[in-house]
Ligand binder design. Structure first.
Ligand code: G3H
Ligand code: ZN
Length: 287
C-alpha cells in the first residue's frame, strides 16, 4: 500500500539519513526502483513530473501500475508516490488519481501567492491523508520546462512557508537540476544552516541530486536534508547501458527485437545506481 512521505521523512531527519526520491518514466524504471528498495530494505519515494505523468498516459495509469507492482512484486517497504514540481491543477489531479504525496512548486510566484496556494493545497492534501512538499527559491537548470536560476532561498520566506503546516520543504541552496556545469560554485551550506535553524524539525529536500559530490551530500544530511531527488543520473546510466548493449552488437548484431531484452541492461543500470544512492544517503535497512 502506498504511504504518505511524512513519517518516513520525519524518521530520516531524526535519524540523520535521507530518503531518495527517484523519478519514474515507465514500467521498467518503476520496477527497477521498487525491487532495489525492497532488496535494500529502504523506504523510497517515486517521483512523477507532470511531463512523465502525461508520457505514462496520465496519473491514474501511474497509480494503477504502481499499486499493481506493490502487490505482485510483494513490496513491503514504505513507498510514496509523489508528484514532482506540481502546478496547482496538477496537484488537484494527483489527489483525485490516488497519489500519496504531492509537491506544489510555487517558487516562481511572488511569495504571497505561493503562501496562498500552498495553504489551500496543504488543507486538501491532509484531508486525503497525503503529504505535501512546498518550494521556496527557484532551483537552477530546467525540468519539464520549469526553469530556475539556482538562487539561494531567503530563510525568512522558508519559515513563512514551513509554518503553513507543510510536511517537507524544498529550498534553493545553489543546487541545479541536470548535470552541474564546470563553474558550479557548490551548495551554500551557510544558507542551508540558516534555513534549518529557522525551520526546526522540518525535513528539508535537496533537489538536483545528480552529480553532487558525496561529501556535500553527507554535509547536507548533517544539516537537516532528509529527502534527496535524483533523476538525471538514472537517465544517464539507462541511456549508456542501452547504447552499449546495442552498439556492441549484443542484440544479435542489430537483429534482436525483443523489447524485454533490449531494455534489460538499462533497467539493471538503474538498479545499481539506486542502490549506490541508497547506501550514500544512509537509508539502507531503515524500512
Ligand atoms: O525533482 C527532481 C530533481 O530535483 C532531480 O534532479 O535530475 O538533477 O537529479 P536531477
Ligand atoms: Zn527538482
Amino acid at each position: 500500500m502506498l504511504v504518505s512521505a511524512t513519517e518516513m521523512l520525519q524518521k530520516a531527519k531524526a535519524g540523520h539519513y535521507a530518503v531518495g526520491q527517484f523519478n519514474i518514466n515507465n514500467l521498467e524504471w518503476t520496477k527497477a526502483i521498487l525491487l532495489t528498495a525492497q532488496e535494500c530494505n529502504s523506504p523510497v519515494i517515486l517521483g512523477v513530473s507532470e511531463g512523465a505523468g502525461k508520457y505514462m498516459a496520465g496519473y491514474k495509469t501511474v497509480v494503477g501500475m504502481v499499486n499493481g507492482m506493490l502487490e505482485e512484486l510483494n513490496i513491503t517497504v514504505p513507498v510514496a508516490l509523489h508528484l514532482d514540481h506540481g502546478s496547482y491543477d496538477g496537484c488537484l489531479k494527483c489527489v483525485e488519481a490516488g497519489f500519496s504525496s504531492i509537491m506544489f512548486d510555487g517558487s516562481h510566484y511572488p511569495i504571497d501567492e505561493n503562501v496562498a496556494k500552498t495553504t489551500e493545497l496543504v488543507k486538501i492534501a491532509h484531508e486525503h491523508g497525503m503529504s505535501l512538499e512546498a518550494e521556496v527559491g527557484a532551483i537552477g537548470g530546467e525540468e519539464d520546462g520549469v526553469v530556475g536560476k539556482g538562487e539561494c532561498a531567503d530563510p525568512d520566506e522558508c519559515k513563512m512557508i514551513a509554518d503553513l503546516g507543510i510536511d517537507f520543504l524544498a529550498a534553493g541552496i545553489g543546487n541545479i537540476h541536470g548535470v552541474y556545469p564546470d563553474n558550479w560554485e557548490g551548495l551554500s551550506f551557510e544558507t542551508l544552516d540558516a534555513i534549518q535553524q529557522k525551520t526546526g524539525d522540518m525535513p528539508l529536500v535537496l533537489h538536483g541530486g545528480t552529480g553532487i559530490p558525496d561529501d556535500m551530500i553527507k554535509k547536507a544530511i548533517d544539516l537537516g536534508v532528509a529527502k534527496i531527488n535524483v533523476n538525471t543520473e538514472c537517465q544517464i546510466v539507462f541511456a549508456e547501458a542501452t547504447r552499449e548493449y546495442i552498439e556492441a552488437g549484443k542484440d544479435k548484431q542489430g537483429k534482436g527485437f525483443d523489447p524485454r531484452k533490449l531494455l534489460k541492461p538499462g533497467a539493471e543500470a538503474i538498479m545499481a545506481k539506486v542502490k549506490e544512492k541508497m547506501e550514500l544517503f544512509g537509508s539502507v535497512g531503515k524500512a
